[in-house]
Write a protein that binds this ligand. Structure first.
Ligand code: AMP
Ligand code: MG
Length: 357
């Protein structure tokens, strides 16, 4: 058990010695949890084998799942890659960095195999969050950082989540504001001729295609293969403790079906429902614990609340959860990707009226 330092830093006033202390820990092989605009990360210096091992140990992360390396300048990025940047990569950087887009490129020799899980590519992200940037700059080294949660649980979007999961397991946790976006970065493999979108995120496939043209997505068989392009694809993720069923279909059909499912469950079970503002009232009589993610017409807000709301079902100790689905448009693609994973593929499809007829 480690003695975890809690360092309070306000992102509008980062010039306090909390940042210097955190940077010192990173430079001396330690692990530090820090906020980013996507989710909180748990970071260590890419130059420290001990620090990198500390990340895997603290999270209980499988060692074949590589880490994203965070940088604070293009100059720093250039030390990590093997080849000069292509025109496509330059355009992506110009348009989306700093921001929630991770790029996979052929790695240079300075990136150790511990960081990349023996792959010859490295995932690189230039975060926008002032505390993340100040920490990397002060430490003066790229920081490898996955999300700050125990492996398999929901990513941490606020200090309290990271504290609940990692107090006693890391050297320091920066106490700051909630993450604005609330879903992890978009991951794009640009090491191939046609770039491949390995993980959807806040920056959408359409936005990327506007800048560089055609982008592929891995097939369903690729995602479930034993050796997928992105090792993280094969792992269960974001799962609440109780089994969660994701119900897909038009809104009224979903509501009807969820209430039917609840009615057929054992009366003694504590049933949770994850829904939206528009349908919240429809479950009040049937379920034990009902949580709205917000209006289904504001998918960014829904996405930003997803992980913190999933965690409340654990706190309430429900036995079973039914979850509504959302439109797969814009950020809705990333939102649904996380919901499918959180449900462990327990999907109930509700036929629309025309399909039934
Ligand atoms: P996390 O940091 O926990 O949000 O996860 C990072 C994601 O990026 C995981 O799904 C990893 O498998 C993926 N990733 C990291 N490095 C690489 C790489 N070199 N090639 C493909 N995927 C990667
Ligand atoms: Mg993660």
């Amino acid at each position: 058990m480690k003695r975890t330092r809690i360092l309070s830093i306000d992102s509008s006033n980062i010039e306090n010695h909390g940042i210097s202390e955190a940077a010192d820990i990173i430079r001396h092989a330690g692990t530090v949890v820090f906020p980013t605009e996507t989710v909180y990360g748990i970071g260590a210096s890419i130059d420290s084998v001990e620090g990198i091992k500390g990340i895997f140990k603290a999270k209980g992360r499988p060692t074949d799942n590589p880490l994203i390396v965070h940088i604070s300048s293009i100059e720093m990025m250039m030390t990590l890659v093997a080849d000069p940047l292509s025109e496509k990569v330059r355009r992506l950087i110009h348009t989306f960095w700093p921001g929630p887009l991770t790029l996979i490129l052929k790695k240079s020799a300075i990136v150790s195999q511990d960081v990349t899980a023996n792959l010859d590519t490295v995932a690189i992200r230039y975060p926008k969050h002032p505390i993340a940037l100040a920490l990397i700059e002060k430490a003066n080294v790229p920081i490898a950082a996955p999300s700050a949660n125990i492996s398999g649980r929901s990513s941490s979007t606020r200090f309290q989540h990271a504290f609940d999961d990692l107090d006693g397991r890391v050297d320091a946790i920066i106490h700051s504001e909630d993450s604005e976006i609330g879903l992890e970065s978009t991951v794009l493999d640009v090491s191939r001729d046609v770039p491949v979108l390995l993980r959807p995120g806040f920056i959408t496939k359409e936005q990327i295609e506007q800048v560089i043209g055609k982008v592929d997505i891995p097939s369903t068989s690729e995602a479930s293969s034993a050796k997928p392009m992105s090792p993280g694809m094969k792992y269960a993720h974001y799962a609440p403790k109780a089994p969660m069923y994701l119900v897909m279909g038009e809104t009224s059909g979903m509501v009807e079906r969820i209430n039917e499912e609840i009615a057929s469950c054992d009366r003694n079970l504590k049933i949770g429902v994850l829904c939206c503002d528009e349908t919240l009232d429809a479950y009040r009589h049937e379920a034990t614990f009902v949580q709205s993610l917000g209006s289904r017409f504001d998918l960014s807000a829904v996405a930003s609340r997803l992980f913190s709301t999933l965690r409340t079902f654990d706190d309430f100790n429900v036995d079973l959860i039914f979850c509504e689905s959302f439109e797969e448009r814009g950020i809705g693609v990333a939102l649904m990707n996380r919901l499918v994973k959180a449900s462990g593929n327990r999907i109930i499809r509700v036929e629309t009226r025309t399909e039934r007829e």
